[in-house]
Design a protein around this ligand. Structure first.
Ligand code: SF4
Length: 292
């Protein structure tokens, strides 16, 4: 629960505010850039909501925030924000909201599929909350939990226990220690079913994986994201915990795949046609090679 006594001075005057517990995960500024911005080491409100739609977005950020750092001095129905998740992105793909501090506010996603198509897929773990668990149960539960890497596993065990789903993770990121049921080894792609391909992309961590769905949606974990400043795809050199040169090679490997969406754990998501995304990926590879 945000504390108005710890309201950051960078907030503009008005009802909504961010307090000093913010960990700068950027979930709010990505979800509602009209209202929240990253002012440096933390986020703050740069414009108070101007409409009911923007109030809804502010309340969504409030419940998605991993640290409860967003508050309102007015009496608001937080249910409006709660009920907005999972948030529809495109086709049968959703953003779960309810990010976890254990994953530094990493975003997790859900692919809703019929049992005939293999059932629902959870990509990385959101915070385990009763509302989200109920909503997931209403849409058929979880058949498969795909864990891109060890940083963003959060409440994976609780979701696995609740839904009896199998988890997939790479051996090099400690899958055995986490009791993961299906462990991927090596650097070759693994076809999980007709529509899902797991692609090892070591670099950010040694056992990092991305998930390609229907040659359209690339769940990129902490490997690849959109840069709004450079207006192209990018990777994060400062958090290449395992190897930047290895991450560059992993990025080069992605050239052989087609996708229209990049859905990261951290950083901005992006959508464009496959040709444009390929050009952005080439930009990213060139930029990485120039920054060895
Ligand atoms: S979502 Fe919360 S922790 Fe993340 S940047 Fe915004 S206020 Fe800070």
């Amino acid at each position: 629960m945000a504390n108005v006594l710890r309201r950051l001075p960078q907030n503009v005057p008005g009802e909504f505010f961010v307090d000093s517990s913010c960990i700068d995960c950027d979930t709010c500024s990505q979800l509602a850039p009209e209202i929240f911005r990253d002012h440096g080491e933390q986020c703050s409100v740069h414009q108070q909501p101007q409409s009911q739609a923007q109030v809804r977005l502010a309340l969504m950020a409030l419940v998605a925030c991993p640290t409860g750092s967003i508050g309102s001095t007015a009496t608001r129905n937080a249910r409006i924000g709660v009920d907005a998740f999972p948030m529809h992105l495109a086709e049968n793909v959703y953003f779960c909201g309810f990010t976890s501090e254990a994953s530094f506010g990493g975003w997790s996603y859900m692919i809703q599929r019929s049992p005939e198509d293999g059932g629902n897929v959870l990509v990385d773990s959101p915070r385990y909350t009763s509302h989200l668990v109920k909503r997931i149960a209403e849409t058929g539960g979880i058949s498969l939990m795909f864990l891109t890497h060890k940083d963003d596993v959060a409440d994976h065990q609780r979701f696995a226990d609740r839904f009896g789903c199998r988890r997939i993770m790479h051996a090099a990121d400690g899958a055995a220690r986490l009791n993961v049921e299906n462990v991927i080894h090596g650097t070759d792609e693994v076809q999980l079913d007709t529509d899902l391909t797991a692609i090892p992309t070591p670099g950010h961590t040694r056992g990092h994986l991305v998930l390609l769905y229907k040659n359209k949606f690339l769940f990129s974990g902490d490997h690849l994201a959109w840069s709004p400043d450079r207006e192209t795809l990018t990777a994060f050199r400062s958090v290449a915990w395992y190897s930047w040169s290895e991450q560059t090679r992993s990025m080069e490997k992605l050239r052989r795949y087609r996708f229209e969406w990049v859905l990261p754990g951290h950083g901005d998501l992006h959508h464009d046609n496959a040709e444009a995304m390929h050009r952005h990926l080439e930009n990213c590879v060139a930029w990485m090679n120039a920054h060895q």
